[in-house]
Design a protein around this ligand. Structure first.
Ligand code: HGY
Ligand code: MN
Ligand code: MN
Length: 415
């Protein structure tokens, strides 16, 4: 297939990314957009309008996954999907996920303007709740679409304010049976996600496009450490069972488990720490830690998880506290489909863009889409690899190139 002559409207895309970033619960340049909050719901409304204005057929499922379809000449065939997420962790950046959602929309508009007529339908998919912020588990939308989160699993999800997922989704206007979310086999013939790298390698190598071959295996733990509270003045040191001092040793053990796993790809982060009663003159009685552990190799990741569990148990015992470790999720890595990798590389060749194969250390909805459908990812560089931070930035030209490659890839897969 020869290169489609598509023109990406980078200026319009830049304006849309900037406007989307205004739906946020924090000061610019940061973005906070947590699942089903008011700003998330308004952002979803904005995306719905953009998709309708583009002449796409828009629908949402029972948990807020949003689909915008460009029917092909053979609508009975599996569609070619592309998309990502628009939710954002607290004080994040404006490009994580959104480049893949608005970039897919722009790729579809550019193909349409170029007169392309897809044989297979092309469908934009905005996943609900890619970030774990509200319910502790990431990729709720894609896990449910692929069947690895059941209706019962969804009904067990509860946020820190004891709001149940099922209640929250209905309040946000999502209706329908939870059991209806799982996609049928063959729904997509291929799925491609455009995303910023969230790492420094492409920028350091001066390569404009990353072709993802695999996505690292993420796991998350919640550790509840209980000691004995008491008056900060009245309890002498030998009599203390300080939950936060126990947690402090546990946090360092998390770091040591990653550094000592024997694999350079093991990463572990204690990203959440809630202290109770969290009063300066009261000895912490309980601490809740949230821990993220990953590796491209599942066995190394699992070794690190086991090392953390045994270290936490030993520290708690020595300090006369108790510790309960809950595994929130522990997922396998995903291999991208060779045919989709080949289509992305072919698009780069046609556009005379240099590209390099790489592993994604961040997880994405594609980690779960790959369990059911041939999946691939296109990476673009982000400045100094910074992400999940207000300084996150992707050059407009980098985004334009990524959308061009995506458009070319979608055209090839939908023909
Ligand atoms: O945490 C991740 O890897 C993704 O950005 N949610
Ligand atoms: Mn993210
Ligand atoms: Mn993301």
């Amino acid at each position: 297939m020869s290169a489609m002559q598509v023109t990406v409207d980078a200026e319009r895309l830049g304006q849309e990314l900037a406007h989307l970033a205004t739906y946020s619960d924090c000061k610019p340049p940061g973005v906070t957009r947590v699942l089903f909050t008011e700003c998330d719901r308004r952002a979803r409304g904005y995306l719905r309008r953009l998709c309708s204005d583009a002449g796409l057929k828009v629908r949402e499922d029972a948990i807020g996954n949003l689909f915008a379809r460009w029917p092909g000449t053979h609508p009975e065939l599996g569609a070619v999907g592309s998309g990502s997420h628009i939710d954002a962790i607290p004080h994040a950046g404006r490009y994580d996920g959104t480049v893949g959602v608005l970039g897919a929309l722009e790729a579809m508009r550019a193909l349409r303007s170029a007169g392309f007529q897809p044989r297979r339908s092309i469908e934009l998919l905005m996943f609900t709740s890619e970030e774990p912020t509200r319910f502790g588990v990431g990729c709720v939308g894609s896990r449910s679409l692929c069947g690895s989160l059941s209706a019962d699993d969804l009904c067990r999800l509860r946020d820190a304010d004891d709001h149940w997922f099922d209640h929250v989704r209905r309040e946000a206007g999502c209706h329908g049976e939870l059991s209806s979310v799982r996609l049928p086999d063959g729904y997509y013939s291929a799925f491609v996600e455009l995303h910023i790298e969230q790492g420094p390698r492409l920028e350091a190598a001066g390569v404009p496009i990353g072709v993802v071959t695999a996505i690292a295996a993420p796991a998350a733990l919640r550790v509840v450490i209980d000691g004995r509270g008491g008056h900060a003045g009245g309890v002498l040191m030998p009599d203390r069972r300080d939950a936060l001092c126990t947690a402090a040793e546990a946090i360092l053990a998390v770091e040591a488990a990653a550094r000592g796993s024997g694999s350079p790809d093991t990463v572990a982060t204690t990203g959440g720490c809630r202290v109770y009663p969290n009063a300066v003159n009261s000895i912490p009685s309980r601490v809740v830690l949230e821990i993220d552990i990953r590796d491209v190799n599942r066995e190394s990741r699992d070794r690190a998880v086991a090392a953390i569990r045994s270290a936490v148990a030993a520290i708690a015992q020595r300090r006369n506290c108790t510790a309960v470790v809950e595994i929130l999720h522990s997922d396998p890595p995903a291999a991208m489909a060779p045919a989709v990798v080949a289509a992305i590389e072919s698009a780069c060749r046609m556009l005379q863009l240099n590209c390099q194969r790489m592993v994604s250390r961040a997880y994405h909805d594609s980690l779960f889409m790959a369990q059911r459908f041939p999946t691939g990812m296109i990476f673009i560089p982000c400045r100094r690899g910074v992400s999940h931070h207000p300084d996150e930035f992707a050059e407009p030209e980098a985004i334009r190139r990524g959308v061009e490659v995506l458009a070319q890839t979608l055209a090839e897969l939908a023909t």
